[in-house]
Design a protein around this ligand. Structure first.
Ligand code: KMH
Ligand code: ZN
Length: 278
Protein backbone atom coordinates (compact mmCIF):
# COMPACT_ATOMS: atom_id res chain seq x y z
CA UNK A 1 0.00 0.00 0.00
CA UNK A 2 1.35 3.46 -0.88
CA UNK A 3 2.48 5.39 2.20
CA UNK A 4 0.84 8.61 1.08
CA UNK A 5 -2.30 9.66 -0.76
CA UNK A 6 -2.42 11.32 -4.15
CA UNK A 7 -5.16 13.95 -4.03
CA UNK A 8 -6.65 15.16 -7.31
CA UNK A 9 -9.02 18.09 -7.35
CA UNK A 10 -11.70 18.37 -10.05
CA UNK A 11 -12.86 21.93 -9.43
CA UNK A 12 -15.41 22.69 -12.15
CA UNK A 13 -16.68 19.85 -14.37
CA UNK A 14 -19.10 20.35 -17.22
CA UNK A 15 -22.41 19.62 -15.53
CA UNK A 16 -23.13 22.32 -12.90
CA UNK A 17 -24.21 25.87 -13.77
CA UNK A 18 -22.76 28.92 -12.04
CA UNK A 19 -26.32 30.18 -11.53
CA UNK A 20 -27.09 27.09 -9.43
CA UNK A 21 -23.69 26.88 -7.73
CA UNK A 22 -22.27 30.38 -7.20
CA UNK A 23 -19.01 29.06 -5.68
CA UNK A 24 -18.18 27.09 -8.85
CA UNK A 25 -14.96 28.41 -10.47
CA UNK A 26 -15.76 29.14 -14.11
CA UNK A 27 -13.51 32.03 -15.17
CA UNK A 28 -9.77 31.60 -15.63
CA UNK A 29 -9.07 33.84 -12.62
CA UNK A 30 -11.46 31.81 -10.46
CA UNK A 31 -9.92 28.55 -11.63
CA UNK A 32 -6.36 29.70 -10.92
CA UNK A 33 -7.31 31.08 -7.48
CA UNK A 34 -9.01 27.77 -6.64
CA UNK A 35 -6.00 25.81 -7.86
CA UNK A 36 -3.61 27.85 -5.70
CA UNK A 37 -5.77 27.23 -2.62
CA UNK A 38 -6.14 23.52 -3.41
CA UNK A 39 -2.39 23.10 -3.79
CA UNK A 40 -1.91 24.70 -0.36
CA UNK A 41 -4.56 22.32 1.04
CA UNK A 42 -2.82 19.18 -0.27
CA UNK A 43 -3.83 18.58 -3.89
CA UNK A 44 -1.17 17.41 -6.35
CA UNK A 45 -3.24 17.11 -9.55
CA UNK A 46 -5.90 19.42 -11.00
CA UNK A 47 -8.45 17.85 -13.40
CA UNK A 48 -9.61 20.68 -15.62
CA UNK A 49 -12.79 21.48 -17.55
CA UNK A 50 -13.09 25.03 -18.83
CA UNK A 51 -16.00 27.36 -19.53
CA UNK A 52 -16.68 30.14 -22.06
CA UNK A 53 -17.59 33.76 -21.23
CA UNK A 54 -21.19 32.72 -20.68
CA UNK A 55 -20.10 29.99 -18.25
CA UNK A 56 -20.93 27.13 -20.65
CA UNK A 57 -18.51 24.20 -21.09
CA UNK A 58 -16.11 24.67 -24.00
CA UNK A 59 -13.13 22.89 -25.56
CA UNK A 60 -11.84 26.04 -27.23
CA UNK A 61 -8.17 25.48 -28.10
CA UNK A 62 -6.89 28.97 -27.28
CA UNK A 63 -8.63 28.95 -23.93
CA UNK A 64 -7.25 25.51 -23.13
CA UNK A 65 -3.71 26.65 -23.90
CA UNK A 66 -4.15 29.83 -21.82
CA UNK A 67 -5.50 27.73 -18.97
CA UNK A 68 -2.57 25.32 -19.00
CA UNK A 69 -0.14 28.26 -19.09
CA UNK A 70 -1.91 30.12 -16.27
CA UNK A 71 -2.03 27.06 -14.02
CA UNK A 72 1.67 26.42 -14.64
CA UNK A 73 2.48 30.06 -13.93
CA UNK A 74 0.70 30.17 -10.56
CA UNK A 75 0.94 26.60 -9.25
CA UNK A 76 3.13 23.51 -9.32
CA UNK A 77 0.12 21.25 -9.75
CA UNK A 78 0.11 18.46 -12.33
CA UNK A 79 -2.28 19.77 -14.98
CA UNK A 80 -4.73 17.14 -16.22
CA UNK A 81 -7.10 18.26 -18.97
CA UNK A 82 -10.42 16.47 -19.41
CA UNK A 83 -10.91 14.85 -22.80
CA UNK A 84 -14.36 13.83 -21.62
CA UNK A 85 -15.71 17.35 -21.94
CA UNK A 86 -19.49 17.54 -21.81
CA UNK A 87 -21.76 14.75 -23.06
CA UNK A 88 -22.59 16.87 -26.13
CA UNK A 89 -18.95 17.24 -27.27
CA UNK A 90 -17.79 15.43 -30.41
CA UNK A 91 -14.73 13.25 -30.83
CA UNK A 92 -12.62 15.68 -32.90
CA UNK A 93 -12.60 18.53 -30.35
CA UNK A 94 -12.13 16.04 -27.51
CA UNK A 95 -9.05 14.61 -29.25
CA UNK A 96 -7.76 18.12 -30.01
CA UNK A 97 -7.69 18.88 -26.26
CA UNK A 98 -4.34 17.06 -26.21
CA UNK A 99 -2.79 19.71 -28.48
CA UNK A 100 -2.84 22.08 -25.50
CA UNK A 101 0.04 19.94 -24.14
CA UNK A 102 -1.12 19.17 -20.60
CA UNK A 103 0.90 16.95 -18.24
CA UNK A 104 -1.97 14.48 -18.07
CA UNK A 105 -5.36 13.95 -19.66
CA UNK A 106 -8.38 11.82 -18.85
CA UNK A 107 -9.33 8.89 -21.08
CA UNK A 108 -12.67 7.26 -20.36
CA UNK A 109 -12.64 3.52 -20.94
CA UNK A 110 -16.13 2.98 -22.33
CA UNK A 111 -19.55 4.35 -23.10
CA UNK A 112 -21.80 4.85 -20.09
CA UNK A 113 -25.30 6.10 -19.44
CA UNK A 114 -25.01 9.48 -17.76
CA UNK A 115 -28.35 10.31 -16.17
CA UNK A 116 -30.68 10.87 -19.11
CA UNK A 117 -27.71 11.29 -21.46
CA UNK A 118 -25.13 8.93 -22.94
CA UNK A 119 -21.40 9.61 -22.49
CA UNK A 120 -20.05 8.14 -25.76
CA UNK A 121 -16.62 6.54 -25.82
CA UNK A 122 -16.24 4.25 -28.84
CA UNK A 123 -13.42 1.71 -28.89
CA UNK A 124 -11.75 3.38 -31.90
CA UNK A 125 -11.89 6.75 -30.19
CA UNK A 126 -10.34 5.34 -27.01
CA UNK A 127 -7.49 3.90 -29.10
CA UNK A 128 -6.99 7.29 -30.79
CA UNK A 129 -6.81 9.05 -27.42
CA UNK A 130 -4.41 6.48 -25.97
CA UNK A 131 -2.06 6.66 -28.97
CA UNK A 132 -2.14 10.43 -29.34
CA UNK A 133 -1.33 10.80 -25.64
CA UNK A 134 1.67 8.54 -26.05
CA UNK A 135 2.84 10.49 -29.14
CA UNK A 136 2.57 13.79 -27.24
CA UNK A 137 4.09 12.42 -24.00
CA UNK A 138 0.89 13.05 -22.04
CA UNK A 139 0.18 10.72 -19.11
CA UNK A 140 -3.33 9.27 -19.19
CA UNK A 141 -5.65 8.89 -16.27
CA UNK A 142 -8.06 6.16 -17.35
CA UNK A 143 -11.58 6.95 -16.13
CA UNK A 144 -13.48 3.87 -14.98
CA UNK A 145 -17.22 4.35 -14.60
CA UNK A 146 -18.08 0.63 -14.44
CA UNK A 147 -16.46 -2.77 -14.03
CA UNK A 148 -16.32 -3.56 -17.75
CA UNK A 149 -14.16 -0.50 -18.31
CA UNK A 150 -11.31 -2.28 -16.51
CA UNK A 151 -11.55 -5.27 -18.85
CA UNK A 152 -11.56 -2.80 -21.73
CA UNK A 153 -8.39 -1.17 -20.39
CA UNK A 154 -6.69 -4.57 -20.19
CA UNK A 155 -7.60 -5.10 -23.84
CA UNK A 156 -6.29 -1.63 -24.76
CA UNK A 157 -2.93 -2.20 -23.06
CA UNK A 158 -2.60 -5.70 -24.56
CA UNK A 159 -3.32 -4.55 -28.10
CA UNK A 160 -1.86 -1.05 -28.14
CA UNK A 161 0.91 -1.09 -25.55
CA UNK A 162 1.57 0.84 -22.37
CA UNK A 163 0.86 4.54 -21.89
CA UNK A 164 3.54 7.22 -21.97
CA UNK A 165 5.79 6.69 -18.93
CA UNK A 166 4.66 3.09 -18.50
CA UNK A 167 2.70 3.57 -15.28
CA UNK A 168 -1.04 2.79 -15.33
CA UNK A 169 -3.22 5.01 -13.15
CA UNK A 170 -7.01 4.76 -13.15
CA UNK A 171 -9.77 6.75 -11.48
CA UNK A 172 -13.01 5.07 -10.39
CA UNK A 173 -15.87 7.53 -10.90
CA UNK A 174 -18.73 6.03 -8.90
CA UNK A 175 -22.31 7.00 -8.31
CA UNK A 176 -23.13 8.36 -11.78
CA UNK A 177 -26.72 7.32 -12.58
CA UNK A 178 -26.00 4.65 -15.20
CA UNK A 179 -22.55 3.64 -13.93
CA UNK A 180 -21.09 1.74 -10.95
CA UNK A 181 -22.70 2.36 -7.57
CA UNK A 182 -21.10 4.82 -5.17
CA UNK A 183 -20.60 2.53 -2.21
CA UNK A 184 -17.79 0.74 -0.38
CA UNK A 185 -18.65 -2.66 -1.88
CA UNK A 186 -18.21 -1.31 -5.40
CA UNK A 187 -14.89 0.34 -4.55
CA UNK A 188 -13.63 -2.99 -3.19
CA UNK A 189 -14.94 -4.89 -6.24
CA UNK A 190 -13.24 -2.38 -8.54
CA UNK A 191 -9.96 -2.56 -6.61
CA UNK A 192 -10.07 -6.37 -6.84
CA UNK A 193 -10.82 -6.23 -10.56
CA UNK A 194 -8.01 -3.71 -11.10
CA UNK A 195 -5.58 -6.18 -9.51
CA UNK A 196 -6.77 -8.88 -11.95
CA UNK A 197 -6.92 -6.78 -15.11
CA UNK A 198 -4.07 -4.28 -14.79
CA UNK A 199 -0.27 -4.59 -14.68
CA UNK A 200 1.34 -5.02 -11.27
CA UNK A 201 2.09 -1.66 -9.66
CA UNK A 202 -0.88 0.09 -11.24
CA UNK A 203 -2.60 2.62 -8.97
CA UNK A 204 -6.16 3.81 -8.57
CA UNK A 205 -7.95 6.77 -7.15
CA UNK A 206 -11.68 7.01 -6.57
CA UNK A 207 -14.35 9.65 -6.42
CA UNK A 208 -17.98 9.41 -5.42
CA UNK A 209 -20.61 11.62 -6.98
CA UNK A 210 -22.83 13.62 -4.60
CA UNK A 211 -23.76 11.67 -1.50
CA UNK A 212 -21.37 8.89 -2.54
CA UNK A 213 -18.44 11.23 -1.78
CA UNK A 214 -17.68 10.10 1.77
CA UNK A 215 -18.33 6.33 1.46
CA UNK A 216 -16.12 6.20 -1.64
CA UNK A 217 -13.40 8.30 0.02
CA UNK A 218 -13.25 6.09 3.12
CA UNK A 219 -13.40 2.86 1.10
CA UNK A 220 -10.71 3.97 -1.33
CA UNK A 221 -8.30 4.80 1.48
CA UNK A 222 -9.05 1.49 3.19
CA UNK A 223 -8.48 -0.41 -0.06
CA UNK A 224 -5.10 1.27 -0.70
CA UNK A 225 -6.38 3.78 -3.24
CA UNK A 226 -5.96 7.49 -3.80
CA UNK A 227 -8.56 10.26 -3.82
CA UNK A 228 -10.25 12.66 -6.19
CA UNK A 229 -12.52 15.36 -4.78
CA UNK A 230 -13.98 18.61 -6.08
CA UNK A 231 -17.04 20.50 -7.19
CA UNK A 232 -17.16 18.56 -10.48
CA UNK A 233 -18.32 15.61 -8.37
CA UNK A 234 -20.06 17.11 -5.35
CA UNK A 235 -21.57 20.47 -4.53
CA UNK A 236 -22.85 19.57 -1.03
CA UNK A 237 -20.37 19.42 1.82
CA UNK A 238 -22.95 17.86 4.12
CA UNK A 239 -26.74 17.69 4.32
CA UNK A 240 -28.16 21.15 3.52
CA UNK A 241 -24.62 22.60 3.48
CA UNK A 242 -23.39 23.69 0.04
CA UNK A 243 -19.68 23.37 -0.67
CA UNK A 244 -18.00 26.73 0.00
CA UNK A 245 -14.92 26.07 -2.10
CA UNK A 246 -12.88 23.32 -3.67
CA UNK A 247 -10.21 23.91 -1.03
CA UNK A 248 -12.78 22.98 1.62
CA UNK A 249 -13.14 19.56 -0.05
CA UNK A 250 -9.37 19.10 -0.47
CA UNK A 251 -8.80 20.10 3.17
CA UNK A 252 -11.28 17.44 4.31
CA UNK A 253 -9.73 14.80 2.05
CA UNK A 254 -6.24 15.62 3.33
CA UNK A 255 -7.46 15.39 6.94
CA UNK A 256 -9.09 12.00 6.33
CA UNK A 257 -5.96 10.76 4.57
CA UNK A 258 -3.87 11.93 7.53
CA UNK A 259 -6.20 10.05 9.92
CA UNK A 260 -5.73 6.96 7.76
CA UNK A 261 -1.97 7.41 8.25
CA UNK A 262 -1.52 8.04 4.55
CA UNK A 263 -1.02 11.81 4.40
CA UNK A 264 -1.35 13.85 1.22
CA UNK A 265 1.37 13.09 -1.33
CA UNK A 266 3.58 16.04 -2.20
CA UNK A 267 3.82 17.16 -5.81
CA UNK A 268 7.35 15.89 -6.57
CA UNK A 269 6.34 12.44 -5.31
CA UNK A 270 3.16 12.57 -7.40
CA UNK A 271 5.18 13.48 -10.51
CA UNK A 272 7.48 10.53 -9.87
CA UNK A 273 4.61 8.10 -9.23
CA UNK A 274 2.73 9.09 -12.37
CA UNK A 275 5.91 9.48 -14.49
CA UNK A 276 5.07 13.01 -15.59
CA UNK A 277 7.53 14.23 -18.24
CA UNK A 278 10.24 16.55 -16.87
N1 KMH B 1 -18.38 15.46 -18.09
C1 KMH B 1 -18.52 14.07 -18.32
C2 KMH B 1 -19.43 13.81 -19.48
C3 KMH B 1 -13.73 13.35 -17.94
O1 KMH B 1 -13.55 14.48 -17.51
O2 KMH B 1 -12.91 12.76 -18.60
C4 KMH B 1 -17.22 13.41 -18.58
C5 KMH B 1 -16.17 13.58 -17.59
C6 KMH B 1 -15.03 12.65 -17.67
O3 KMH B 1 -16.18 14.47 -16.75
ZN1 ZN C 1 -14.11 15.53 -15.71
Amino acid sequence: MTASTLITVAPTGAESAKSDVPALPVTLDELVATAVDCQAAGAAVVHVHIRDDAGAPTLDQARLRDTVAALRESTDLIVQLSTGGAVSDGEAPRLAVLDAAPDMASCTMGTVNFGDDVFMNRWGFIVDLHEKMRDLRVVPEYEIFDLGHLANLERLLDRHGPPFGGHVHVDFVLGVPGGGAGDAQTVVAMAEAARRHLPEGSTFSATGIGRATLPVMFASLAAGGHLRVGMEDTVSFARRQPVESNAQLVTRAAAVAELAQRPAMDIPAARELLRIRG
